[in-house]
Design a protein around this ligand. Structure first.
Ligand SMILES: Cc1cc2nc3c(=O)[nH]c(=O)nc-3n(C[C@H](O)[C@H](O)[C@H](O)COP(=O)(O)O)c2cc1C
Length: 355
C-alpha cells in the first residue's frame, strides 16, 4: 500500500491518493459564515490531496465557535459553498460539520452535556435539534456539490463533551454507559447517512483516547465506539491524534491506537489518522501501523502540494517557525496568518514555543 495508490471507499467514491488535508480552521470566512475568497483560494491551492476537508463549519448559530468560521447552517451559505465545491472538483472534497457545544463562544446560548458557567445542560429537545441541524447541513453540503461530509466528533467539542465521562455526568439516556454517551454521535451519523445519497461520503472524526488531559476517553471504549460507527454507516473513521503511529499517552497498553482500531473495524470502512505526519517516513509508518489514509495539518499549511512533494526522495519538510511571507506565497491569507500567530512556536514573530 503506497501513499499515491488510489483507494475506494465503502460508498463507492475513489480517492485519487491516500493523502488527506486535515480540517484546518483558518477564520477567513465572512462574519456571517458565508464564503470569502481567501478561504476559497486556500483550499483551491490544495486539490492535490486525495481527500480535502474544509475547516470546521458550524451547523447552527448555537454551535458557532469563532468569528470568520465557515457556516453551513442556513441556505444563505449555499451559494458560496456551491462555488467552493465547484472549484474543488479535482479532488474528493468534504465539509467538516461542527458544533462546539460548551466551547461555542459566539453562540447566544451555549449547550453541553453538563451545565457549567454560562452553559446550559442540553435537553432532549436540544439534542433532537442538534441531530437535525447536522442532517440539514449534510444535505446542504450534498446539494452544494461536495463529495461528502465529516462529522466532527473530536477535539473537545460537543460530541466529545458527551463521550468523555469526566465531562458528562448525565443520568438520562445520553449519560452513564458508553452506549449512552455515544448515543448523540451515533444518532447523528445514522440520520445523516439516511438523508444523503449512498455514494455521498460520510466520515466521522473522533478523539479516540485522552491526549493532553484525562477526560476518561479510553482505547477500549474507542474500539467499541468505532465498531458502532462502522455499523452506522461511516465510510471513514478519522482518528485525531498527536502521534499518528503512537499509543494512547495515558494508557499502559502500548499498542498503537491506529492498529487497535484497524483490528476491530471491518476492512471496507477506512481508517484515517492525523498527528505529527510531515514526511514519507512518518506517513509510511502510519500506513504500516494500520491507517488507510494519512492526514496532515501543519505540513499541509506550508506544503500545498504535499501529496506530490512527499513522494520525492529529496523532499525535506519546512518545519516551524515559518516566516509569514512564505505562507502568503502558498495561498495563506492575512487572517489565517494572524490566527496562526497565536499558535506557540509556529510563526516567526508569533507566540513563543511552549516551554
Ligand atoms: C491552525 C489549525 C487549525 C485546526 N483546525 C481544525 C479544525 O477546524 N477541525 C479539526 O478537526 N481539527 C483542526 N485542527 C487539528 C488538525 O486537523 C490536526 O489534527 C492537527 O493539526 C494534528 O495534525 P498535524 O500534526 O499534522 O498538524 C487544527 C489544527 C491547526 C494547527
Amino acid at each position: 500500500m503506497k501513499l499515491d495508490d488510489s483507494i475506494e471507499l465503502k460508498s463507492g467514491k475513489v480517492l485519487k491518493n491516500r493523502c488527506a488535508l486535515a480540517p484546518l480552521t483558518n477564520t477567513q470566512s465572512n462574519s456571517d459564515g458565508t464564503l470569502h475568497d481567501d478561504e476559497l483560494n486556500w483550499l483551491r491551492r490544495r486539490t492535490g490531496f486525495g481527500l480535502l476537508s474544509t475547516c470546521a463549519a458550524y451547523v447552527s448559530e448555537e454551535g458557532k465557535a469563532w468569528d470568520g468560521q465557515l457556516g453551513i447552517a442556513e441556505d444563505k451559505h449555499l451559494p458560496g459553498l456551491t462555488r467552493l465545491a465547484r472549484e474543488l472538483s479535482g479532488t474528493t472534497s468534504i465539509v467538516q460539520l461542527h458544533h462546539a457545544g460548551a466551547k461555542a463562544s459566539l453562540a447566544p446560548q451555549r449547550i453541553s452535556a453538563d451545565p457549567s458557567d454560562g452553559v446550559r445542560r442540553a435537553s432532549t429537545e436540544d439534542l433532537e435539534r442538534v441531530v437535525n441541524d447536522f442532517t440539514q447541513a449534510a444535505v446542504r453540503a450534498e446539494s452544494a456539490g461536495f463529495g461528502g461530509v465529516e462529522i466532527h466528533g473530536a477535539n473537545g467539542y460537543l460530541f466529545t463533551q458527551f463521550l468523555a465521562p469526566e465531562d458528562n455526568h448525565r443520568t438520562d439516556e445520553f449519560g452513564g454507559s458508553l452506549e449512552n454517551r455515544a448515543r448523540l454521535l451515533r444518532r447523528t451519523l445514522q440520520s445523516v447517512r439516511k438523508e444523503v445519497a449512498p455514494d455521498f461520503v460520510v466520515n466521522v472524526r473522533i478523539s479516540p483516547v485522552d491526549l493532553y488531559a484525562r477526560r476518561g476517553l479510553t482505547l477500549s471504549d474507542a474500539k467499541q465506539l468505532c465498531r458502532w460507527l462502522a455499523e452506522d454507516g461511516a465510510d471513514v473513521i478519522h482518528l485525531s491524534l498527536r502521534d499518528a503511529s503512537g499509543p494512547a499517552p495515558f494508557e499502559e497498553d502500548k499498542t498503537p491506537v491506529v492498529t487497535a482500531i484497524r483490528e476491530v473495524v471491518p476492512p471496507d470502512v477506512k481508517i484515517e489518522v492525523a498527528g505529527g505526519i510531515w514526511n514519507k517516513e512518518s506517513a509510511d509508518r502510519a500506513l504500516e501501523t494500520g491507517a488507510d489514509i494519512v492526514a496532515v495539518g501543519k505540513a499541509g499549511i506550508i506544503h500545498p502540494d504535499w501529496a506530490e512533494d512527499v513522494l520525492n526522495p529529496s523532499f525535506e519538510p519546512v518545519l516551524p517557525p515559518w516566516d509569514p511571507s512564505r505562507l502568503r506565497e502558498v495561498a495563506v491569507g492575512e487572517r489565517f496568518v494572524s490566527y496562526l500567530m497565536k499558535f506557540p512556536g509556529l510563526l516567526v514573530g508569533g507566540a513563543p514555543p511552549r516551554a
